[in-house]
Design a protein around this ligand. Structure first.
Ligand SMILES: Nc1ncnc2c1ncn2[C@@H]1O[C@H](COP(=O)(O)OP(=O)(O)OP(=O)(O)O)[C@@H](O)[C@H]1O
Ligand SMILES: [Mg+2]
Ligand SMILES: [Zn+2]
Length: 269
């Protein structure tokens, strides 16, 4: 990867590179300009670094593309299993993190068996955080994931009912079936109408038939989740080894709020 310098050599001189020692520097002439060549090894290293930087940028761009296609909301794009903090006095929170870790780590198995998972519990406890952390983790390992709220999924499918719709219903359902992992957030947040339940059932059933796992998330209790998505859909998830992980501690949002206030006070003084 030596940089080619085309010009005529008009003079040489023994010089010393601080890093690589002695080398023969050449005075090159480009028309009216004269330039002394530097250490060949330094030049090669520079080239290598530049190539590596380009490579990394490319890799990062394609990873960003994958994360982008996973539709993870901006707020949760930085969520990882490692930056989920566990309060030492809260074994349930530790358990939730352990489940998330285990699920991501054994995703090879989960994607083959269709083993799903359910996060249920109070607001601000990090259900969405941990679910997107799982997505971020498995995407880095080459799997595909899609994050969507129930509302979004329902609207996407309903769009196709319009007469002038570009996409057919089948295609919309397929988009939710294709990813290795589908994260369905905010289940049971709104009152589930029959037509909503039917759409969710269609998506979950399509995935069930080809044994693809889902991660369901909701604030409701399991009975309410059952009402929101229908017993048949929930049955399919549970019969396939899907477990429900409870999140029933205080909101992290209010905790952060208090900390922010402390920082603000510290700055004010
Ligand atoms: N244990 C934690 N460690 C670090 N960040 C956390 C933790 N729990 C929650 N958070 C952060 O707090 C915010 C709220 O968490 P998140 O949105 O995941 O909660 P949620 O359980 O999905 O709430 P909701 O049910 O209201 O949707 C997020 O920004 C999340 O990253
Ligand atoms: Mg959430
Ligand atoms: Zn050198």
């Amino acid at each position: 990867m030596t940089r080619l310098i085309s010009g005529s050599v008009i003079e040489t001189e023994e010089r010393t590179c601080e890093v690589h020692g002695a080398y023969t520097a050449k005075k090159l002439c480009f028309g009216s300009r004269e330039i002394w060549s530097g250490c060949k090894e330094c030049l090669e290293n520079e080239d290598k670094e530049r190539m590596q930087a380009v490579d990394e940028r490319r890799k990062k761009a394609s990873m960003d593309g994958l994360l982008h296609r996973a539709a993870i909301p901006l707020r949760f794009q930085g969520c990882t299993l490692d930056n989920y903090r566990v309060d030492a006095t809260n074994p349930k929170q530790q358990r939730a993190l352990d489940f998330a870790r285990e699920y991501a780590a054994s995703f090879d198995e989960a994607v083959r068996s269709g083993r799903s998972m359910i996060f249920l519990g109070r607001t601000g406890t990090g259900k969405t955080h941990l679910s997107t952390a799982i997505a971020n983790d498995i995407i880095r390992r080459g799997y595909t994931a899609l994050f969507t709220s129930v509302m979004e999924a329902v609207l996407t499918v309903r769009e196709t009912y319009r007469r002038d719709a570009e996409k057919k219903e089948r295609e919309a359902i397929a988009a939710f079936t294709r990813p290795d992992l589908l994260i369905l957030d905010e289940v049971g947040t709104q009152y589930g109408t029959d037509s909503e339940r039917l759409i969710i059932y269609e998506i979950l059933n399509a995935r069930y038939q080809i044994r693809r796992p889902v991660l369901l998330i909701g604030n409701a209790r399991i009975v309410e989740m059952q009402q929101a998505i229908g017993d048949r859909a929930l049955d399919r998830i549970r019969s396939n080894g899907g477990i429900a992980v409870p999140f029933d501690w205080n909101s992290y949002r209010t905790r952060v709020g208090i900390e922010d206030l402390d920082t603000a006070n510290a700055v004010a003084h």
